[in-house]
Design a protein around this ligand. Structure first.
Ligand code: AMP
Ligand code: ZN
Length: 469
């Protein structure tokens, strides 16, 4: 299995630290809003990496954090007149719902920054003790960037270039820094912000330290894979390496994986420009598996442009697979028992070739675009070679093959159980009753259950409207 490693810009054979085990950390979202489809790209991509590794027999310890203390969360909390935790807890819950819809497996651990402050203070103290960090007059703690000789090795930047470009890494207190390249590990509280006590000042951690600390706590000082979107290479991941390697004296992560961006109209998605969609927006129009299929239709290191055309293509592609699966299931109802015919035995041997080619594509730095093409070829093969005379064993073997390959991509391909209008109305009535009784958990559960079956609800002034996607 080869992985493209941002660290040396090469595809490298994957060799885990501990045989049979993978320790993997994926930087998660900052939770101040519903996640947008850009945030969903790393979630889907790295969930697929995880699924493929599990399929290969690895035990994957997958850690992905939620950044639940941050300027944007605090700003939103102030606007709403609530505690920051109210905002972060709400959007963590919403994010988990979106992940479930997209069939993204929950991480082995989803640590929260606010629950790990002690560990962050410990690492900061170690960095101060080792001379890699210093405390400014107002209590801000800075990382002494030039003290880490390998700084820049991930983003392939050199320090003097960085300094020349006046690329500022600061969060606050620039004039107290020894060097413009130094970055914040801990900063003093501002009025009305959440804060924690520390030996340096009452305040809160900088963003980068949380991942160094959580990765160490849940996966150990050395890990196999660290991943995230390409915007995180610099400064976030560069700073994580500096902190972790300076504090622990060990290589932090062996393989660094970064997904390219999801754009809209060939432009960077941006909230300020208003050209972004939340996952929720898209799920109002499409089955969540269409979005997942769309994300996997390009290699994760290629830019992907979101467009209605590509979503329609994804919808049709998925439909083709689903139709084949439901045809085979239909044939299975009356298929004959007994042994495979000679022809069927030969065909199944031929079908092994699809699995091999699927694996080859995935072994080549998780080329899901090629892997999906192989699934299409398999589907064509199934359509061509199955009929009312096929044996049960043959049909089952082919069905299992399609489902296994789709399952590795996290694609659910069973045709949706068709709900009758009356069943939908009954569930909507139950949801309304649950809301009235303030049982919002049940109400949400019903909404999600319906969503999974392709029914979208819209709360309007005239009542609840529904439609099939
Ligand atoms: P954030 O909440 O901004 O820290 O982002 C969470 C994750 O989503 C990070 O791994 C980002 O790199 C990634 N991400 C954000 N926007 C996009 C985008 N438009 N395309 C792909 N990945 C993105
Ligand atoms: Zn991170």
């Amino acid at each position: 299995m080869k992985i493209y490693n941002t660290l040396n810009k090469k595809k490298e054979e994957f060799v885990p630290i501990e045989p049979g085990k993978v320790r993997m950390y994926v930087c998660g979202p900052t939770v101040y809003n519903l996640i947008h489809i850009g945030n969903a790209r790393p979630m889907i991509v790295f969930d697929t990496v995880r699924r493929y590794m599990e399929h290969k027999g690895y035990e994957v310890n997958y850690v992905s954090n939620f950044t639940d203390v941050d300027d944007k969360i605090i700003k939103k909390a102030i606007e709403e007149g609530v505690e920051a935790s109210v905002v972060s807890e709400r959007y963590i819950a919403e994010c988990k719902k979106d992940m479930e819809s997209l069939n993204v497996k929950p991480a082995t651990t989803h640590p929260l920054a606010t629950q790990e402050i002690c560990g962050m203070e410990e690492m900061i103290q170690t960095l101060i003790d080792k001379g890699h960090a210093y405390v400014a007059e107002d209590g801000t703690v800075y990382f002494r960037t030039r003290s880490f000789k390998e700084y820049g090795k991930l983003s392939h930047k050199n320090l003097d270039e960085l300094e020349g470009g006046k690329r500022s890494l600061l969060v606050s207190g620039e004039d107290q820094k020894e060097d413009p390249l130094d970055f914040v590990l801990w900063k003093p509280k501002k009025e009305g912000e959440p804060y924690w006590e520390s030996p340096w000042c009452n305040g809160r951690p900088g963003w980068h330290i949380e991942c160094s600390v959580m990765s160490k706590k849940y996966l150990g000082e050395e890990i196999d894979i660290h991943a995230g979107g390409e915007d995180l290479v610099f400064p976030h991941h560069e700073n994580e390496i500096a902190q972790s390697e300076a504090a622990n004296g060990k290589t932090f992560a062996r393989y660094w994986m970064h997904n390219a961006f999801l754009n809209i109209d060939n432009k960077k998605m941006s909230k300020s420009a208003g050209n972004f969609f939340t996952v929720r927006d898209i799920l109002e129009k499409y089955d969540p598996m269409v979005l997942r299929f769309f994300m996997l239709s390009a290699h994760y290191r290629s830019q992907l442009n979101f467009s209605a055309d590509l979503m329609e293509a994804a919808k049709n592609g998925l439909e083709r697979i689903r139709t084949a699966v439901s045809n085979v299931k239909f044939l299975l109802q009356n298929a004959k028992e007994g042994a495979l015919s000679e022809t069927e035995t030969a065909l199944l041997a031929e079908a092994e070739g699809f699995t091999e080619r699927f694996d080859e594509a995935m072994d080549d730095d998780f080329n899901t675009a090629d892997a999906l093409s192989v699934i299409f070829e398999l589907v064509k093969f199934v359509n061509t070679n199955t009929n009312a005379d096929s044996s049960k064993a043959f049909l089952q073997a082919l069905l299992e093959k399609v489902e296994t390959l789709c399952g590795i991509c996290g694609l659910i391909v069973e045709t949706k159980e068709e709900l009758l209008d009356s069943d939908i109305e009954a569930l909507i009535a139950e949801r309304q009753a649950a809301r009235k009784a303030k049982n919002f958990a049940r109400a949400d559960e019903i909404r999600n259950e319906l969503l999974k079956k392709g029914i979208v609800l819209e709360d309007t002034r005239e009542g609840v409207k529904w439609k099939r996607t």
